[in-house]
Design a protein around this ligand. Sequence first.
Ligand SMILES: [Zn+2]
Length: 163
Amino acid sequence: MKDKIAENTAVNFKDYIAKEEILASRLKEYNIGVADPMIFFFNRLATFTKWPFKQGSCTGEHMAYAGYYCVQDDCAKCIYCIKELDGWEETDDPWEEHKSHKTDCPLVRMNKRNVIAMDLSEIVMLNQVVMKNKLMDQFRKSREELTQAFEDKRKEIQMRLKK
Ligand SMILES: [Zn+2]
């Protein structure tokens, strides 16, 4: 609780965006590919333009800072644990909700929301989580297509070996 209040009041979101943008360009320079633009707060924040709460603890800023981006209406999704939550209320604390709904979220486990405060290995780890999520999602969506592709490849290799 103490940590939550301290971190929320300490964050100047405009400064934070400036720092994140610098970090984003540095990662590009180091050739560290970002798995999803939603890894960055400033991109998540941009999804909350129609978010119903402009005041209180559940604003778009606090949602984005807790790892969420807006899917639609009052539905938001965490970029890391891909948990979707709706029915938010003005007095909700997004980080507390995140912690109570998804204890195995890598961001929650790390207990850090601020990518600026992370070291490079933590950023790379989170990036890998997002990459894995995307792959899993694609796998689910195109399971049959993939099965067929594997089968075709198997036959192709078999033919190659026969020659
Ligand atoms: Zn999460």
